[in-house]
Design a protein around this ligand. Structure first.
Ligand SMILES: Cc1cc2nc3c(=O)[nH]c(=O)nc-3n(C[C@H](O)[C@H](O)[C@H](O)COP(=O)(O)OP(=O)(O)OC[C@H]3O[C@@H](n4cnc5c(N)ncnc54)[C@H](O)[C@@H]3O)c2cc1C
Length: 487
């Protein structure tokens, strides 16, 4: 097969930024079959592929891309699904630039000048692995009718707490081995952050639900509205309900705040609350029972994926100005490059190297005379400059003493989250580190309590979908080994 020598990726078709900034439809539209085949032919099919170790679940990337290049899309899907249970999700939200694509050999192949045939000093773009993964998963979902498979049960019961990517992956792997798996989810819908955090325009919820349905089809039971630690404890599950092992994938949903003056004013949200109202409760729809502010002007504090999602949701609610306030510079923004670009294209205004010091509250008159009494009326921010690297290795932002005020009626805090302490507080024997993350044995993902395993954000703190999936996979393997060894 002839290799396509084009140095750049096939661009991803997207909705026009001016149009999409006002709707919740998916921003990226996906490759056509022709585009996918064309992109797949850029793969050099390396003998020792560096992309595979770059993938936390070790998908056989060259093999699936080879099948795409041949037009064998379903075969490509079967290869991916040997390693990943959520390819339509990962193809959309994984930080490929830091993982598989970041390791692609093409990043080291120089771009040659077409006239002089000498190197231009630039390097080629990696193969669009994420875009191809998404294409293959979408092709499978829309073209393949999957026959329901009956898996022989092995008579052992495992409980999974939390239905985010770690819990779903662990549940799926165990169900495929014949375990009777029940997932207990606190919310009324399964999917974790994929449902309540990441917006529809980046990850359509129908896709997440079709992945959840795939698990139900192989026998996984999902019990929603079950807050473990309130309704039942882990000890109840293991002593009264006959579960032999438990996996905790309860995520890191507890928002952090800055503890600055004015943070208790009305219309200061945590990003989690703001996004949950929009994504899970569909507050942007006229017929939703959940209220949400339709802000005139918003400051979103933080620079990660969550902050970008909050900024872009605020735009879609009709805000005239959405300011992203981040204390470091553009280079240090933790969000995916593509998300930052999309946010910029849609009109988010970045106030980089700025740190909030106070949220200004409207305290004129009293609540009877002033309907906005107690509401946000601005945010005071301080210009920062970058000093020496700190413990994280990034240059530390230092205050300069120069202040400005942004005229806003809403502030969204997006400066990180921690695991909720509920499970730790209600499960004797479970230990956490000083950040509230569950302590596990790195080799097995077993917690400090026997037969109780954990993974994902509950262990690492806020991280990524693919790392959570990797942890769910590892824990499923350990749980299987533990239960089989008991026999
Ligand atoms: C807005 C946002 C955008 C993001 N964007 C990206 C991105 O683009 N790419 C990326 O790779 N990552 C992204 N992430 C991070 C990624 O979503 C998480 O790392 C991942 O979802 C963690 O998976 P998890 O299974 O550990 O937990 P979660 O997805 O948080 O799921 C945990 C589940 O456990 C449930 N639960 C909690 N406590 C209990 C209890 N006591 N009993 C029962 N159930 C409980 C919760 O309701 C939740 O459904 C984003 C995160 C957010 C918030």
């Amino acid at each position: 097969m002839a290799i396509n020598m084009r140095p750049t990726k096939n661009p991803m078709p997207t909705q026009d930024p001016k149009v999409r900034a006002h709707n919740f439809d998916e921003v990226t539209l996906g490759y056509t079959e022709e585009m996918a085949i064309d992109e797949a032919k850029r793969c050099l099919d390396c003998k020792v592929p560096s992309c595979v170790p770059g993938c936390p679940v070790q998908i056989n990337i060259p093999a699936f891309i080879h099948e795409v290049a041949l037009g064998n899309f379903e075969k490509a899907y079967q290869i991916i699904s040997l390693s990943s249970s959520l390819p339509a999700v990962c193809g959309r939200v994984c930080p490929q630039e830091k993982q598989c694509e970041g390791k692609c050999i093409k990043n080291k192949v120089p771009v040659m000048d077409p006239v002089t045939h000498k190197p231009t000093g630039k390097f080629q773009e990696p193969v669009g692995i994420g875009r191809l993964e998404r294409f293959v998963a979408d092709y499978h979902r829309t073209h393949t009718c999957v026959a329901k498979i009956e898996i022989k049960k092995n008579g052992h019961k495992v409980a999974v707490i939390g239905s985010g990517p770690s819990g779903l992956t662990c549940a799926g792997d165990l169900a495929k081995k014949g375990y009777e798996v029940t997932v207990f989810e606190a919310l009324h819908v399964a999917g974790g952050v994929l449902m309540y955090g990441i917006p529809e325009f980046r990850l359509p919820k129908a896709i997440v639900q079709s992945e959840v349905q795939g698990l139900k089809d192989i026998g996984v039971k999902i019990e929603t509205d079950m807050v473990i630690g309130h309704v039942l404890s882990i000890d109840d599950l293991m002593t009264q309900y006959g579960f032999e092992a438990c996996f905790i994938g309860s995520g890191a949903g507890l928002p952090r705040f800055m503890n600055i003056p004015g943070e208790n004013a009305k219309n200061v949200y945590s990003a989690n609350e703001f996004l949950t109202r929009i994504n899970l409760m569909k507050a942007y729809k006229a017929d939703s029972d959940t209220p949400i502010i339709h802000p005139r002007s918003v400051a979103v504090v933080g620079g990660g994926n969550v902050a970008m999602d909050a900024c872009r949701c605020a735009l879609r609610l009709g805000a005239e100005h959405v300011y992203c306030v981040y204390r470091r510079g553009k280079e240090e923004l933790p969000a995916r490059k593509e998300e930052v670009e999309h946010a910029e294209q849609e009109g988010v205004e970045f106030h980089l190297l700025n740190n909030p010091v106070e949220i200004l509250e409207d305290l004129e008159g009293n609540p009877k005379t002033n309907p906005n009494y107690g509401c946000v009326k601005g945010i005071k921010i301080e210009k920062m400059e970058l000093g020496e690297p700190d413990a994280s290795g990034r240059r530390k932002p230092e205050p300069t003493g120069n202040f400005t005020t942004l005229d806003v009626d809403c502030v969204i805090m997006s400066i990180g989250t921690s695991p909720n302490p509920l499970i730790k507080n209600t499960t004797p024997g479970i230990e956490t580190n000083p950040h509230g993350c569950l302590i596990v044995n790195e080799a097995t993902n077993e917690t400090t309590k026997k037969a109780v395993y954990a993974g994902g954000d509950a262990v690492t703190g806020a991280a990524t979908v693919i790392l959570a999936m990797g942890a769910g996979k590892k824990a499923a393997k350990s749980i299987d080994e533990y239960i089989q060894a008991k026999k």
